[in-house]
Design a protein around this ligand. Structure first.
Ligand code: FMN
Length: 283
């Protein structure tokens, strides 16, 4: 529904809250015109003009006593900017691929682009707080969040302090978590959504490397929200995946951090979650 059908979206999130979820989150929300994922339709928080839509969503969630979360997103090399006509940016030069095979090329970001990205993320976080959100996410998932693209050798071929070693590839994610906490952390939680592996991507992230990245930043976010790879591996149907199919990837993360760890993977019943997870703990 996204920016095109905000009233329907607000009603849908309100129904989730009414159903009893403690936290109800938005989908990915474009933080800037240069993060435009057209022809997909997601939410936008490009400027204060988008605030009324978000306040409407937050109010629908709060009306039933749930907390409202927003997933701020810059899709980097997968934001082809067909609407805003901005040149796509990415950690390194690459074809800017959406699922629609648009013939667009993303340019490698220079230091000023990195500074501007951090400022845009910070500005969006402050706007999210103004709209009333309780959780403001930093998104590094599904191959879409630009911070995952920095983390992965498959998309980051830089030779400066943002490329090469894992410590360097994690740098921007760390900085943005710190920026976001500094901007809104006094009143909002700052979770991170992160892909545990890049299945099917040549030279992509593997679980062991992501575990090391989490260990680097273990206590920095307020919550770890883990997912898998890109969407075709993360969102699977009952025909292809068992309940709890992501547990082998998530297992062990809770031992790295005192923060809450959240996972997904076709859970349909709290009973099976407890059975699969050994009385409910991912250790
Ligand atoms: C239609 C659809 C849209 C989704 N959009 C987002 C999104 O915007 N951001 C995100 O982090 N995950 C998104 N996801 C992934 C889900 O949040 C979740 O990680 C995934 O579906 C696996 O959980 P499940 O097995 O309980 O469905 C989407 C999934 C589906 C099916």
């Amino acid at each position: 529904m996204g920016w095109r059908d905000p009233s329907a979206l607000a009603a849908m999130r309100g129904i989730k809250a009414e159903g009893g979820w403690a936290v109800v989150c938005t989908e990915m929300v474009e933080i800037h015109p240069a993060a435009d994922v057209t022809p997909y339709v997601e939410l936008r928080l490009w400027s204060d003009q988008d605030l009324p839509v978000h306040s409407h969503i937050v109010d629908a969630i709060h009306a039933h006593g749930s907390l409202a979360g927003i997933e701020l997103c810059h899709s980097g090399g997968t934001a082809v900017n067909l609407w805003s006509r901005e040149i796509p940016i990415a950690p390194s030069d690459r074809p800017a691929s959406s699922s629609f095979d648009d013939p667009v090329h993303a340019r490698a970001m220079d230091k000023e682009d990195i500074r501007n990205l951090r400022l845009a993320h910070r500005a969006a976080a402050l706007r999210a707080k103004k709209a009333g959100y309780d959780l403001v996410y930093v998104y590094a998932g599904h191959g879409l969040g630009i911070f995952q693209q920095f983390l992965s050798r498959a998309t980051n071929r830089r030779s400066d302090e943002y490329g090469g070693s894992l410590e360097n590839r994690v740098r921007l994610l760390r900085e943005v978590i710190e920026d976001t906490k500094d901007a809104v952390g006094a009143t909002c939680a700052v979770p991170v959504r992160l892909s545990m592996s890049e299945i099917g991507v040549a030279g992509g992230l593997e679980r062991a490397e992501v575990m090391d990245a989490i260990a680097f930043m273990a206590e920095l976010p307020d919550l770890w929200d883990l997912c898998l790879s890109s969407w075709q591996y993360d969102s699977q149907t009952s025909r292809f995946a068992e309940e709890g199919f992501q547990e082998p990837y998530i297992k062990g993360v809770k031992a790295l951090t005192t923060k809450p760890v959240v996972g997904v993977g076709r859970y349909t019943s709290p009973d099976s979650w407890c059975a699969l997870s050994g009385a409910g703990s991912w250790t």
